[in-house]
Design a binder for this molecule. Structure first.
Ligand code: ZN
Ligand code: ZN
Length: 311
């Protein structure tokens, strides 16, 4: 059944990061849009930048309930996932080159009627991805932003099996970075400010663990071929750059093709995040933001929609 309204959890006060429930009319689908019933949506630190009146959420999984007149690659009933990117111009050099994620006219979840903190979303079908059958929806959700962000540098920068890869920060992104780098065949070095995540980092696949506040440990570390920095705070970059011999590059999610490759790779290697799962409601939106803000989430939080109809 096609709903007339979407029930969304929108930011009420952006400075206090509070939420309220809101009803939004389902917009007319554009030819390449789909309407999805959300099953679950995980929470990313980028959601904190969502303005008041908008629903955050850009790691969502759900089932397609309606498609626009020109949608060919997806069908009603299919399980798909969406991430940070909503659209691109599809007509510039980088778009034509399959790198829509760096298009100057790209749009993201804030430009959508709602993000994934809602029971339905309307999304451009060209930025939705098939989910491997073996993967649960909750496990798949965090891959759509956190997963692609740590996978893309491995795929883009010629990281070889046996390369020594440092993962800076063991959090939502970092714990997935360890798992992806391990599955990629790398020697994985977890770099964390404190020793209390060592046991878990090693369980995720880290071969070495370095406490970054310990200058001696950092100095005696053998050189690394790459460091994937997953820390959003300001850093003493010099001490890390000294561990490397080359270039600094940024990474902004990944192209649609790379998204699908990442999901398939994760499915093949059984890469799944460590999750805290809560129902999607106002209270738990608050809980999720508080736990992420206080660095308590272990390691990704998923909100599940009680209005999801599995058949
Ligand atoms: Zn994100
Ligand atoms: Zn473009």
């Amino acid at each position: 059944m096609i709903p007339k309204q979407i029930e969304a959890y929108v930011i009420d006060d952006a400075s206090k990061q509070t939420f309220r429930k809101s009803q939004i009319d389902v917009p007319q689908l554009q030819p390449l849009d789909v309407l999805m019933n959300i099953e679950c949506c995980s929470v990313c630190h980028t959601d904190f930048y969502c303005p008041a009146g908008k629903a955050p959420g850009h790691e969502f999984i759900g089932k397609i309930v309606a498609i626009g007149s020109s949608v060919e690659k997806l069908k009603v009933g299919q399980r798909v996932g969406g991430g940070w990117q909503l659209g691109s111009c599809q007509n510039c050099d980088v778009c034509n080159d399959g790198k829509q994620n760096i298009c100057l006219k790209k749009t993201n979840f804030i430009n959508a009627p709602t993000g994934g903190f809602a029971d339905y979303v309307v999304w451009d079908s060209r930025f939705l991805y098939d989910i491997p059958e073996t993967m649960s929806s909750a496990d798949a959700a965090p891959l759509l932003c956190a997963g692609i962000t740590v996978y893309a540098p491995l795929a883009n920068h010629n990281v070889q099996p046996g390369s020594r890869v440092g993962i800076l920060g063991v959090g939502g992104l970092g714990h997935l970075g360890i798992k992806f780098a391990k599955a990629w065949g790398c020697r994985v070095v977890a770099l964390s400010t404190s020793s209390n995540k060592e046991k878990e980092a090693r369980a995720f696949g880290a071969d070495e663990f370095v406490v970054t506040k310990d200058a001696d440990q950092l100095k005696s570390l053998k050189p690394l071929d790459m460091i994937i920095n997953t820390v959003s705070a300001n850093l003493d970059y010099e001490s890390y750059i000294n561990l490397l011999s080359r270039s600094i590059v940024g990474s902004l999610v990944g192209s649609p093709i790379m998204m699908q490759k990442m999901l398939n790779f994760a499915g093949m290697h059984n890469i799944s995040p460590q999750l805290e799962i809560y129902p999607m409601d106002v209270d738990h939106c608050h809980t999720a933001f508080e736990r992420i803000d206080q660095n308590l989430a272990r390691y990704r939080i998923v909100l599940t929609n009680s209005n999801f109809k599995s058949d």
